[in-house]
Design a protein around this ligand. Structure first.
Ligand SMILES: Nc1ncnc2c1ncn2[C@@H]1O[C@H](COP(=O)(O)OP(=O)(O)O)[C@@H](O)[C@H]1O
Ligand SMILES: [Mg+2]
Length: 280
């Protein structure tokens, strides 16, 4: 991270930042609010990318892990090698890690600061991720210790912010974007989830939430909208069944909206690599 420190200033927390060997672009999926569809977007985006790339998906929502259920892997546990390395689960060509694969789904996690930082360290350093083009990270809601820990520990390619369209969610979107700015992590774009209700067999789009000022705000921040994701029961039913919509209904408008996000991420990545090459 490009912060200059005078010899007298306090230690730069970002000095701990170390790449994960073999792991390419690390992208966090975040939001200010809970329940807006972060995990849904993270899981489906990772699956969509995994059709063409080597992808890992880390559930960093230590207090409320969703990944085991979303991927149909409840009660599955990861293997730990004699060297204390953790082998991620593999589903649909995707490497998965969640606290839920170490402890019971219903066990309440009461860790604070240092323990959280340690857990994040383990996720990055002790999981055998192997060679990955992308590591997608599903974050808890808000702007807390886990976000900070992530920003301090690994160099990130960027963050995606998920929101619903109404003004009630906007204040939290602003907080999330402000947080990423403070820690110098680019916001690659926003996904507007539950943008409208789609009903099967009809072109009608029903606004579930009134569209607020999110478009004007994102435009002013120069943050592109990567996709508008409709609300459709296929998404929630697929999630409950543990076979996310990108896998179970790949031709649905919802899966296609996610594929659009993954194409945009891939093109941002290759433009970024090209620009770096040209600097060499
Ligand atoms: N586009 C959508 N259409 C239908 N249901 C959705 C959609 N997005 C999310 N959901 C459902 O809303 C609930 C909350 O989503 P989730 O991804 O867990 O949110 P978060 O991770 O932000 O808390 C889940 O039951 C999920 O299946
Ligand atoms: Mg979640």
């Amino acid at each position: 991270m490009a912060t200059t420190q005078s010899p007298h200033s306090p230690a730069n927390p970002f000095e701990q930042q170390k790449p994960i060997p073999g792991v390419g672009k690390i992208i966090a999926v975040s939001s200010g609010k809970g329940g807006v569809g972060k995990s849904t977007v993270a899981v489906n985006l990772a699956l969509s990318l995994a059709k063409r790339y080597r992808v890992g998906l880390l559930d960093a929502d230590i207090y409320g892990p969703s990944l085991p259920r979303l991927m149909g892997a409840v009660n599955q546990k990861v293997q730990v090698t004699p060297e204390q390395k953790i082998l991620p689960l593999i589903r649909y060509n995707l490497k998965l890690m969640s606290i839920g694969f170490l402890i019971d789904e219903t066990a309440a996690v009461v860790w604070r600061g240092p323990m959280l930082f340690k857990a994040m360290d383990q996720f990055f350093r002790d999981v055998v991720w192997g060679e990955l083009d992308y590591l997608i990270i599903d974050l808890p809601p808000g702007t807390g210790d886990i976000h900070l820990s992530l920003a301090q520990k690994v160099p990130m390619f960027g963050a995606i912010v998920v929101s619903t369209p109404q003004n009630l969610a906007l204040a939290d979107v602003k907080k999330a974007i402000d947080m990423w700015k403070r820690v110098n992590i680019p916001v690659l774009g926003a996904v507007i989830n539950m943008s409208y209700l789609r009903t099967t067999g009809s072109e009608e789009r029903i606004a579930l939430f009134p569209r607020g000022e999110i478009d004007a705000y994102l435009a002013a921040q120069r943050i592109p909208i990567l996709a508008e994701l409709p609300f459709h029961p296929s998404v929630s039913i697929a999630s409950e069944a543990g076979v996310p919509v990108v896998e179970s209904y790949p031709d649905s408008p919802e899966a296609q909206a996610i594929d659009k996000v993954s194409e945009k991420i891939a093109s941002l990545s290759s433009n970024h690599d090209l620009a770096i090459d040209q600097l060499r």
